[in-house]
Each structure stands twice: as structure tokens, then as C-alpha cells.
Design a protein around this ligand. Structure first.
Ligand SMILES: O=C(O)c1cc(C(=O)O)c2c(n1)C(=O)C(=O)c1cc(C(=O)O)[nH]c1-2
Length: 254
């Protein structure tokens, strides 16, 4: 059947909510970044401190982009109740001082322990080019796609708690330079991510009412997995294969 005919037929046949949810969830086992070889090395204690620092330094760019993409999302809706719900994602990362320091601050505790200078991390000059491109592609996606599709792109968070648990256990067991304080970022995400994902899933199931929109939402989760995967490919190429691009962070001895 040609693609055009398939689209017309599909538009008339939306999945029921259970089928749609199953299609969204099926993307995780297919291509979430817990399957990436770089994560196996990271969690299995196979990386040097410098390689772990390269990961944390690059991942900072993702952390920094998340509240910007959530602000972009909020700027697009006239629904006050939705903005009220969504804004806590920004608070989770940026914090609400003095009570709550926020996830970015907790991330910097991790980069501190890896011996990285805070200005160097937050300046992002030592990050890999592909990291910067991938995270900005996520922000652009949320700016440009239909709102429900933009929300669907956050649904990789459905798969995050299991990788966070694996990371906390693996890094604590395998690296002497990691302790509970340093893993605080991931511990906090264990409760934050399910709350965000539950809300986003309900939102997407409610508003993706045609099969075309449902297909676009499933594609959005795949797109997001690609954003995550591309970052790890870049890290692997630079810091495992050893082809570090000009200007990027260079661990001692590499
Ligand atoms: O460590 C991870 O594997 C991981 C993955 C993801 C994800 O699936 O996008 C997020 C996070 N962590 C995370 O900490 C986080 O705050 C977060 C927000 C979002 C999002 O798309 O809004 N994803 C993720």
C-alpha cells in the first residue's frame, strides 16, 4: 500500500488509548539509550575518571537545554492549567532558591567531584559539537511541532527510572570517586520523572485524537531517542575510539 493511502486510512482509524500507549512504550525496548555501548561502559565501571568527566561535561548541555525547551513549550499554550502543571519541570532543574537548589546545581556537584571547573562546564566550550547540535535539535523540535507532538517527545522519561537505578548502583559500586551526594541528581529524578511522564502520557493520550497525530507522537519518541543516542555516539567516538574533535575537552593522557 502506498504511504499516502496508508495515511488516509490510518487517519480514520485512531488507536484506542491502550493500543496507543503500547505503541509509545514499545519505542523504549527498541531504541532507548540504555542499550548504547557507552552506557554499558559507564555503568559497568569500565571508564577512566577522565572519560566519566567527558560524559558529565557533555551531559551538562542536555541539562541546560531541558528548562529552555520546557519554557518554549509553555510559551506555546494559552491554557493556564497546563502551564501551571508544566512549570514545575523548570523549577525542578533551575531550582527555587533558597529552599530548593535544583537539578542543574546537583549536576554541578557531580562535575565538581570529577575535577571540572564550573565555569568551564557551564561555558560549554569543551562540549562536543554533536552534543550541542543534538540538544538544540530537541529544543527546536518542541518549538516547531504540534503541541501534543512536542509533549510526546518528553515521553522517553517513561524509560528513565530504570536507567537511573542502574546508573546509581553501577557508579556507586564501580567508581571510588562517586558517593551518595554525587548521585543526588539521579536519586531525585527517580520521583520526578514518573510524575512528569504520567502527566505527559495522559496529555498525549487525550489530545492525539487522530491516527496521524498518534503516529507523529510515536515518531516523536523515536526522534527523542535519536537525540539521546547521537550524544552517546559522539562521546564513544571521541573518548573511547579516541578521535577528540578540535577544541573539545581532553582528559589527561588522551
Ligand atoms: O539519565 C538519563 O538517561 C535521562 C534521560 C532523560 C530522557 O529520557 O530524556 C531525561 C533525564 N535523564 C533527566 O534527568 C531529565 O531531567 C529529563 C527531562 C527530560 C525531558 O525530555 O523533558 N528527559 C530527561
Amino acid at each position: 500500500m502506498n504511504e499516502f493511502v496508508r495515511k488516509i486510512e490510518a487517519a480514520d482509524n485512531p488507536w484506542n488509548p491502550a493500543e496507543f500507549e503500547a505503541a509509545l512504550r514499545a519505542v523504549g525496548p527498541e531504541r532507548y539509550h540504555d542499550l548504547h555501548p557507552f552506557h554499558k561502559l559507564l555503568h559497568g565501571g569500565k571508564l577512566s575518571k577522565g572519560q566519566v568527566a567527558a560524559w558529565a561535561l557533555n551531559r551538562y548541555c542536555y541539562q541546560e537545554a531541558i528548562p529552555r525547551k520546557d519554557a518554549a513549550f509553555m510559551s506555546r499554550t494559552h491554557d493556564r492549567a497546563l502551564r501551571r502543571e508544566w512549570i514545575h519541570r523548570i523549577h525542578d532543574h533551575d531550582g527555587t532558591p533558597p529552599e530548593e537548589e535544583g537539578g542543574i546545581e546537583r549536576w554541578l556537584v557531580l562535575t565538581d567531584c570529577l575535577g571540572l571547573d564550573r565555569d568551564y562546564v557551564t561555558g560549554m566550550k569543551g562540549a562536543l559539537p554533536a552534543t550541542r547540535f543534538a540538544v538544540e535539535a530537541y529544543v527546536r523540535f518542541v518549538v516547531e511541532q504540534p503541541l501534543v507532538v512536542a509533549a510526546a517527545s518528553s515521553l522517553t522519561e517513561l524509560f528513565a527510572p530504570s536507567i537511573h537505578r542502574e546508573r546509581i548502583a553501577g557508579m556507586l559500586a564501580n567508581y571510588g570517586f562517586v558517593n551518595d551526594d554525587v548521585m543526588a541528581y539521579f536519586k531525585r529524578r527517580l520521583s520526578q520523572a514518573p510524575r512528569d511522564a504520567t502527566f505527559a502520557l495522559e496529555f498525549v493520550k487525550t489530545y492525539a485524537t487522530t491516527r496521524e497525530l498518534q503516529d507523529a507522537c510515536v515518531e516523536a519518541v523515536r526522534f527523542k531517542c535519536n537525540v539521546l543516542w547521537a550524544q552517546l555516539d559522539a562521546l564513544h567516538h571521541a573518548y573511547v575510539v579516541g578521535l577528540i574533535p578540535p577544541g573539545a575537552y581532553r582528559p589527561e593522557g588522551m
